[in-house]
Ligand binder design. Structure first.
Ligand code: HEM
Length: 486
């Protein structure tokens, strides 16, 4: 009886699902993809997808089904994409701006990545304002201070023994990003909660229990409780700052000792405007406290993880390419204005090395778009056609930037690839939703790397990288290297 009822329910649900997705199916007949079971779709493909095996499995998948394919999971239509022409048409379109990073909704919901399309333009403008030209000199100064603090921390590790660069670099990056967005250094509690929350989300990524909200809600009540508690604590600190600003008690800055909340002293004459200030002083359409928290969370999350990943990969790549390290050092000596200060414009090789790192190791491996209307494409590997409304498209930047037909010796680190006629760099995405912090993050990485390279010799000790994907590109055995003072 139970079996019969289950069977009948399954058939009914399958029929309903079939009926519901018939329009989409009619539009993607030209696409190859894995076998689709009734109702479940190609669930079997996702079940075995793990952070550690992501790259191997996605390479096999692309090999088998091509760079534009389809994969059904229940009623959801996933389109894995590694075709540059189509990716460019999609990313540069003004009509398809929905990102669909559903996993992050509890933490970043209401922020720029997930807000409604009519609010996105304003948010993008406000965040871009943080990185405008007039603010950039002060942000660069902030990076210089942070580089000095990082140098002190690295000094303790510079005994020639190997260590995981992520462990040292990432707390420094967090400090710098929070100073940039909130205008103050994160308290110890804030930093701890933030790191714990990031780690929790990294565990959730690609896990079955997080496949959808309902599943997560049912299967992981303790994790969910902890997650919500951490989000609440971070937002309480944000709201506290917001209230202080509103009461005219802006947190002030002590330049030499790092940022601390100091309500008595006037602002120093030249200081950067933080994102929090920009959001609060925006006259256009006032933001609620919740929306402000969401933007701070989004920028802290993106800035912290993406820059930490990029810097860690850059350090390991430079350590393992001695000629690259030597050439960077010579360039740094020539561009030095005074002790630990460089003319950043005169560091084209270091910038090329950073870009080459970002090409080989794009921190954000996948850029997602959720179609709210049909998307017509041309000149793709499968010709001209439409992708239907409701598709979730996942653009694989890692694969695109290792395409041999576009990048000669694509899997090799070539320091000067971006020097004379630089190839396209997709790691910041393209089009209207591309990263507003591109220039800032390049400067940030150049300053931190310049300080490290002039003070330490990077040694290629320790295990090779083993790439994995846990929200951002990482290495399952860490980023091993060793340092020697120069
Ligand atoms: C190496 C460093 C970085 C890389 C590789 C990077 C990469 C990206 C990529 C690929 C996107 C596009 C996402 C999409 O289209 O869905 C993006 C968007 C964004 N990034 Fe970055 N990013 C970096 C650093 C930062 C930093 C430091 C911040 C802020 C402090 C930041 C803030 C943002 C924001 C707010 C967006 C959303 C823009 C929008 O949706 O309109 N990023 N970034």
């Amino acid at each position: 009886m139970i079996l019969t009822t289950t069977f009948v329910c399954f058939c009914l649900a399958s029929a309903f699902n079939y009926f519901r997705t018939r329009r989409q199916r009619s539009r993607i007949r030209n696409l190859k993809g894995p076998f689709t079971w009734p109702l479940l779709g190609s669930m079997h493909k996702l079940v075995f997808l793990q952070p550690k095996s992501f790259f191997k499995r996605s390479a096999e998948y692309l090999q088998k089904y091509g760079s534009l394919s389809r994969c059904w999971v229940f009623h959801r239509l996933f389109i894995p994409l590694a075709d540059l022409e189509l990716a460019r048409q999609l990313l540069e379109s003004e009509k398809h701006l929905e990102t669909g990073y559903e996993l992050m909704r509890d933490w970043l919901g209401g922020g720029i990545l997930m807000c409604e399309q009519d609010k996105w333009q304003q948010r993008h403008g406000l965040i871009s304002g943080l990185f405008r030209k007039e603010n950039m000199d002060s942000l660069v100064e902030l990076c210089r201070q942070q580089a000095e603090q990082l140098q002190q921390k690295l000094l303790e590790r510079a005994d020639g023994s190997e260590f995981n660069a992520w462990d040292i670099v990432s707390p420094s990056v967090l400090d710098l990003i929070v100073r940039t967005t909130c205008g103050v250094s994160p308290s110890e509690d804030y930093a701890k909660n933030f790191l714990d929350l990031t780690e929790l989300y990294r565990k959730r990524f690609l896990s079955l229990q997080s496949a959808n909200r309902f599943n997560y809600w049912l299967s992981s009540p303790f994790m969910r409780r902890r997650q919500n508690k951490l989000i609440k604590r971070l937002n309480e600190e944000h709201k506290d700052l917001i209230n202080r600003y509103r009461q005219g008690q802006q947190p002030k800055v002590k330049i030499s000792e790092g940022l601390v909340v100091d309500q008595s002293k006037p602002l120093p004459p030249k200081w950067h405007e933080s994102l929090l200030q920009i959001l609060l002083e925006n006259q256009d359409q006032e933001l609620t406290d919740q929306e402000i928290c969401a933007e701070l969370n989004t920028c802290n999350y993106l800035g912290f993880l993406l820059c930490s990943s990029a810097l860690s990969f850059a350090l390991v790549s430079i350590a393992r390419n001695p000629s690259v390290q030597q050439r960077c050092l010579e360039e740094l000596r020539q561009a030095q204005i005074k002790d630990q200060v460089w003319n950043l414009e005169k560091l084209p090789y270091l910038e090329a090395v950073v870009q080459e790192t970002l090409r080989l190791y794009p921190p954000q491996v996948i850029v997602g778009r959720q179609l709210k209307q049909d998307f017509s494409y041309t000149h793709s590997v499968v010709g001209d056609a439409d992708l239907p409304f409701g598709s979730e498209i996942y653009i694989n930047l890692y694969k695109l930037q290792r395409n041999e037909s576009r990048y000669a010796k694509a899997n090799h680190f070539q320091g000067d690839r971006f020097m004379d006629s630089p190839p396209e760099l997709l790691s910041y995405s393209l089009g209207p939703r591309s990263c507003p912090a591109r220039k800032f993050s390049l400067k940030l990485m150049k300053i931190l790397l310049a300080t490290i390279l002039t003070n330490f010799e990077l040694l290629p000790y320790g295990d090779e990288l083993r790439l994995d994907l846990r929200l951002v590109l990482g290495s399952s055995n860490g980023f091993q290297l060793a340092l020697k003072p120069r």
